[in-house]
Design a protein around this ligand. Structure first.
Ligand SMILES: [Zn+2]
Length: 450
């Protein structure tokens, strides 16, 4: 039992109303004490960690990503395209993924997130060409090796172009296989490791890539095992038109008809809802993951964050896949959320603290986690510490506001589950240059294989 006092932070954001201005005390994998201004810890302290130059935050939580897409950043075939043609350009490239390339993509994405202050990552993996049957198992093994907290969602596509869907047939699977594998993955990985780092959720890619039967069967399976449900929804106007043409319903009506609305479900994007739909989402407690950069890159629109929260929906933050962001930097995404929401709401209706809330307590609620996302006694020891020592911060006054407004990008120290993963801005788990070389080589080979 070792206690560590993260002492005297320059500023601190707890994501709740509590005061931890003099720091927090961690024992093993938990926060055991908050130290208010003018106070000393009551706990016997074994070690102190001087945070006087740091801004202390709960570890950031990314609630939507596609790790494999780090191999197709700024990809020529997909540049400057709307969602559907963007997807159709990239599917044939992604169909060539091998397990080796997928593994390095996953590792790079997780390390990139970690360096940006992220301690929990949700990934939506829906691409299973023949060679990639064990993609989620690979992700689970890599996340555990790195010691990151992760919610791995078993995605699916069953509706190929021949059946009126969007993806080519090389990347779709049969529905029985999808359901059997989903069940296997839940039994194998969901909350099964000794530190409780991993969760599994089920995640058909979108209404335009699976059948109605699979949507319903997935919801039943998720309910049976009490795991989360996730998909993309209401990302573009084109999707609304597709759903009306295909199912005679708007996306949310369709989702409700297949038994999906509820607090166990979170939806990526959630942009094109009408007022009544927002009320329905709020009444059912359905969560939304806001993905600001991706929504700007694909010109999809702006998520109505305040209306959704006022209606009762939890709203979290996600970087989305790196083919439409094209980075996986969650701290940068906090700034993007602030800026895009300022285009929707008056400047006094969405603050820098509201943006930080999305990436912390908001994302935790979306993932149905009450043990992460804030600094409070009993919560997991997941923290991120940022220094304001770059030219961009020079002259800044309010340290928390500076973090968001001046554009912090790289955490100086990150702890997950009581264990340091980043110190002095460096990843402690491996050689970042060697990882980047392997990743760059995989990206080049993937593109030349197409
Ligand atoms: Zn996505």
């Amino acid at each position: 039992m070792t206690t560590i006092w993260i002492k005297h932070p320059r500023a601190c954001y707890t994501a709740n109303a509590q005061n931890a201005d003099n720091g927090i005390v961690i024992c093993n994998d938990r926060i055991v004490e908050l130290v208010a201004s003018g106070q000393q810890p009551n706990t016997v302290i074994d070690q102190t960690w001087d945070a006087s130059e740091h801004v202390l935050l709960p570890g950031l939580i990314n609630s939507h990503h596609h790790f494999y897409q780090t191999l197709t950043r700024a990809c020529p075939v997909a540049l400057n395209k709307k969602l559907f043609p963007w997807l159709q350009s990239l599917y044939p490239v992604w169909a060539g993924l091998t397990p080796e390339w997928h593994a390095v993509a996953t590792e790079l994405a997780l390390v990139e997130l970690l360096l940006s202050g992220c301690t929990t990552a949700a990934d939506h993996h829906y691409l299973f060409p023949q060679a990639l049957n064990a993609a989620i198992d690979q992700q689970a093994e890599i996340a555990l090796r790195l010691g990151m907290r992760a919610t791995l969602t078993r995605g699916s596509m069953s509706l190929s172009q021949e059946d009126g869907g969007l993806p080519p047939k090389e990347v779709v699977q049969t529905e029985q296989h999808i359901l059997d594998d989903s069940e296997r993955l839940i039994r194998r990985w969901h909350q099964q490791d000794e530190h409780g780092l991993l969760e599994i959720a089920l995640a058909p890619c979108s209404p335009f890539s699976v059948t109605q039967e699979l949507m319903s069967a997935t919801a039943e399976l998720a309910q049976q095992y009490r795991v989360g449900l996730h998909t993309h929804l209401a990302e573009t106007e084109d999707e609304n038109a597709f759903c009306i043409a295909q199912f005679g319903q708007r996306p949310l009506d369709y989702l409700e008809s297949v038994g999906w609305l509820g607090a166990h479900t979170w939806l990526a994007h959630g942009i094109h809802f009408n007022r009544e739909e927002i009320q329905r989402l709020g009444q059912t407690g359905t969560g939304i993951c806001h993905c600001p950069s991706s929504n700007m890159v694909l010109a999809s629109g702006i998520c109505p964050v305040n209306e959704l929260q006022q209606a009762g929906s939890p709203v979290g933050l996600g970087v989305d896949g790196s083919a439409s962001n094209d980075h996986s930097n969650l701290m940068q995404e906090v700034r993007q959320a602030l800026l895009i929401q300022r285009l929707r709401y008056p400047a006094d209706a969405f603050s820098h603290l509201d943006a930080l809330q999305l990436a912390t307590k908001g994302s935790a609620s979306v993932l149905n986690r009450d043990d992460i996302g804030e600094l409070a006694v009993g919560k997991k020891a997941d923290i991120a510490l940022f220094k304001l020592d770059e030219p961009r911060f020079s002259g800044a006054h309010d340290a928390l506001a500076a973090l968001v407004l001046c554009g912090a990008q790289r955490a100086d120290a990150v702890m997950v589950n009581g264990s340091w993963k980043v110190q002095q801005g460096q990843w402690l788990g491996g050689d970042i240059k060697e990882l980047m070389q392997r990743h760059q080589s995989a990206a080049e080979q993937l593109l030349s294989a197409t």
